[in-house]
Design a protein. Structure first.
Length: 109
């Protein structure tokens, strides 16, 4: 009788082990792939929403310039010494360097 009970529990474990492995794999994917990607997307969205006039921006295409106008989904970038103005979507922003007005005021004194 005890041997029969033992074999029944081993059959149950062997039946559920593939489901447990799939569950562990899904948990692994969520912890190490999906969750960090969502955090990175949230950081990028916050960065793009913090765009202000006068900020120095680098686009995903490598164009560097200063922001001169902002609309809902687009902004105008002024580049080079000839002051060429180009319109971009906010999604094209790779990095932003904030304009430091406090440092400019102290260094001019």
């Amino acid at each position: 009788m005890a041997l029969n009970l033992l074999s029944t529990s081993t059959d149950a474990i062997s039946f559920y082990s593939p489901f447990i492995m799939i569950l562990v794999m899904v948990l692994f994917m969520w912890l190490f792939i999906y969750r960090p990607q969502k955090k990175q997307q949230q950081k990028e969205t916050e960065m793009r929403n913090s765009l202000e006039i006068g900020d120095e921006v680098t686009t995903i295409g490598g164009i560097v310039g200063r922001v001169v106008a902002i609309k809902e989904d687009t902004f105008v970038l002024e580049t080079g010494s000839d002051r060429t103005k180009i319109r971009f979507r906010r999604a094209a922003i790779q990095s932003i360097e904030k304009l430091n007005m406090e440092g400019a005021q102290t260094s001019s004194k």
